[in-house]
Design a protein around this ligand. Structure first.
Ligand code: FE
Length: 255
């Protein structure tokens, strides 16, 4: 299994505090069957900035550390970029890290409460440049949670989305779990990842999430999600089924 969203780089954001935590996270990842992991530090998120040159160097250092400690886990470069208006401008290309630095996909985080109105045009502009935006944990965004048709619109416009393992197993509450299930049922999401920050409060939960995926949606869906992570890091086309709108539009109001 390839984990495409994880805060395993030491000392760069609210993820691993230091190398010891990174090592502990790596061991947990391996124990859950993860062989490759995309390091996705926050960028442009409040006070965290992790531009490309810095991510590439730190990924390199972490791979050396894992070799030294005989940990069989490969770290690939990535970034969780907080959406900003100039994201598609050529002036910021140097600071962004696409998934595995292959120029095809980028993880994008919305503010937790809402979706900026410029996102639609920005996603279009990114796709014109050949970069497909991946909306991370849409189930944890208040506006999308309350109005899932917003996600439907992004997906039909060509974006992808990634749900979090913790949401699938109910760690973010029953209602978020239900929404996450609905996103899967309606082909509104294509990837599952850990978004792990440490080994205690926000661990991987990947094995548990895969068990839930198989139990609720069958081994074909499980396989699809696993394959999509591999396609993503290879820069190949991710598999998508025709999306549909979620029927229940009732206001849930959990936030
Ligand atoms: Fe994250």
């Amino acid at each position: 299994m390839i984990d495409i969203h994880c805060h395993i780089l030491p000392g760069v954001d609210d993820g691993a505090k230091n190398e010891n935590v990174s090592l502990a996270m790596a061991k947990q990842a391996v124990s859950e069957g993860i062989t490759q992991i995309v390091a996705t530090p926050h960028h442009r998120n409040r006070h965290w900035d992790n531009p490309r040159y810095s991510v590439l160097k730190k990924v390199n250092d972490l791979n050396h550390l894992f070799v030294q400690h005989q940990i069989n886990l490969t770290v690939l470069p990535g970034q969780e970029t907080r959406i900003f208006g100039e994201m598609a401008d050529s002036s910021v290309e140097e600071e962004l890290v696409t998934v595995n630095d292959n120029g095809k996909y980028i993880l994008i985080e919305f503010p937790s409460q809402h979706v900026p109105r410029y996102a639609k045009q920005l996603f279009y502009d990114l796709q014109v440049k050949g970069i497909t935006p991946i909306i991370v944990h849409p189930e944890r965004n208040q506006e999308i949670f309350e109005h899932p048709e917003i996600l439907y619109s992004f997906i039909t416009d060509g974006a992808l989305s990634q749900v979090t393992a913790a949401s699938l197993i109910g760690k973010n509450g029953k209602k978020v779990k239900k929404r996450t299930f609905q996103f899967i049922e309606n082909n509104l999401t294509h990837l599952v990842a850990s978004d792990a920050h440490n080994v205690t409060e926000r661990p991987f939960y990947i094995q548990k999430a895969l068990i839930v995926l198989k139990k609720e949606f069958g081994s074909e869906v499980l396989q699809l999600f696993k394959e999509n992570s591999a396609l993503l890091v290879n820069g190949d086309l991710v598999q998508r089924e025709e999306p549909s709108e979620i029927k229940d539009r009732k206001f849930w109001g959990i936030f």
